[in-house]
Design a protein around this ligand. Sequence first.
Ligand code: ACO
Ligand code: PYR
Length: 550
Amino acid sequence: MPAPGVFHVYDTTLRDGAQQEGLRLTVADKLRIAGLLDELGVGFIEGGWPGANPNDTAFFAAAARGELSLRNAQLVAFGATRRVGGRAADDPLVAALRESRAPVACLVAKSHAAHVERALRTTLAENLAMVSDTVEHLRSEGMRVFVDCEHFFDGYRDDPAYALEVVQTAAEAGAEVVVLCDTNGGMLPSWMGDVVSAAGGVGVDLGVHCHNDTGCAVANTLAAVEAGVMHVQGTINGYGERTGNADLVPVVANLQLKYGWQVLPEGALAEATRISHAVAAVTNVAGSPRAPFTGSSAFAHKAGLHASAIRVDPNLYQHIDPAAVGNDMRMLISDMAGRANIQIKGEELGFDLSDRDLAGRVTDLVKAREAAGYSYEAADASFELLLRDELDELEEYFRVLHWRVHTHSAAGAPSDSEATVKLQARGDVQLFVGEGNGPVNALDHALRRALTPAFPVVDRYELTDYRVRVLDGPVGERGGHGTDAVVRVLIDTTDGERTWTTVGVGANIIEASWEALSDAYLHGLVHDVPAPSAGTSDRVAAGVGTGRDG
Ligand SMILES: CC(=O)SCCNC(=O)CCNC(=O)[C@H](O)C(C)(C)COP(=O)(O)OP(=O)(O)OC[C@H]1O[C@@H](n2cnc3c(N)ncnc32)[C@H](O)[C@@H]1OP(=O)(O)O
Ligand SMILES: CC(=O)C(=O)O
């Protein structure tokens, strides 16, 4: 396929993306996302619909005041053709497009005859007049104009002559690009080509805007490109109305890495994963871990057979080098692991597991522990502790002598928990009490206080997540159910820079939590403190700390 001359990468995250259920962007969010889109190197950023709501109007005003400076992209104001029976020059929403001071306007126009007659409730001729009047007016005001032909594909199937007449009218009025929209997202890739080719006969540059209702938004976009469109619209992380829009990163990654078209500035694609995740942090709507190219699982390998080939050459089980989109390969440890997974993961963690017997032993241990309910896939830190233990490289930072926790509740008052932890660290015995708003919270406070005299660094550790999963029971045994089931607890801990996850399993949720909790501290210490020798002493440093405010 020949490389295109001028190809438009057009992002509509701030307009159609914001039409996603549960997604709400402030002006500051929009400015931040626009900056990220510009870093990705898209050519056009559709900022919203000025005049339709105060937020979008304020965003364009902020951009016009210089609060947004774009290196690569042009800002686009979205709007509609003028109202039925009016004049574009007098239409308040058309005025808002002019006043947005964006250099480009993108107008949504009806192109499906049934929509004109039933939704717009006007004649086919008046709709054509609305298109030409609005395009000509904005062109005469010095704006570049693109036209989004809403429901184009459905409209073409119903009444091809009228759908093409709308394209022709927009082109003759001065639209630079006419965008064919699969508004209801019902198309399939093999249906795109003929329709795009027919519209191509009009002789104007065409674009495509696909929704994902058949799960084919990216494929439909690429099919339209193959049929000749030179302008692709999409959103970061596929955000958008209903099931979303075409995810722009897979679209551009496929164009660059598969077709060999340089559609983003040199080097920008390698920022795609960072930018996709940064946009998700602003929207507070996480992208899917399984998102092609940018998802955290996109290059994660679990199966033993895959890992054994990857050890020879990662390309044997990867369609691209993850670095091309700024992502990383990850090796997962689970009961589906073979020696190769363990060896690769071990090397990643800095251990030499080239010895096949040693790697085999660790593999068997992992499988046995997974059968008992442990899951190392999400708990890298516990896997590292298991590995160190098996290699005799796990020093005893502290020895727990005993712990206990109890919870009291009084009628009408919130329940309180109190935990006691007695341990030995750096030769001293520490006995501390912690209080908390639940048993795990109280245990955390007591353990932290007991460790602090020997290891002040633990003050930086913070538990950020705690997840419990009820399991069927160990393989081969009749599992408990309901309140006597085996549970798995996963705890995420951070020191402000690094985050690690530990796992605990037990029939008693408190015991499982204690295992995950004490391993979380142990893992932090292994990384932050040179290995001590535990030593012994009769000295008891006792104190009582209240965890609630600590
Ligand atoms: C396919 C897409 O996703 S396009 C983008 C859709 N995005 C949005 O709708 C979000 C922003 N929209 C809004 O804030 C509001 O709908 C507004 C401000 C645009 C209009 O609000 P209202 O004046 O209250 O009208 P309402 O939303 O009820 O109906 C839309 C009107 O626009 C008309 N209309 C629809 N498409 C077009 C079009 N392409 N050109 C001109 N008029 C149109 C409808 O016929 C209807 O007219 P009516 O008021 O005479 O019944
Ligand atoms: C314009 C647009 O968002 C659509 O047709 O889906």
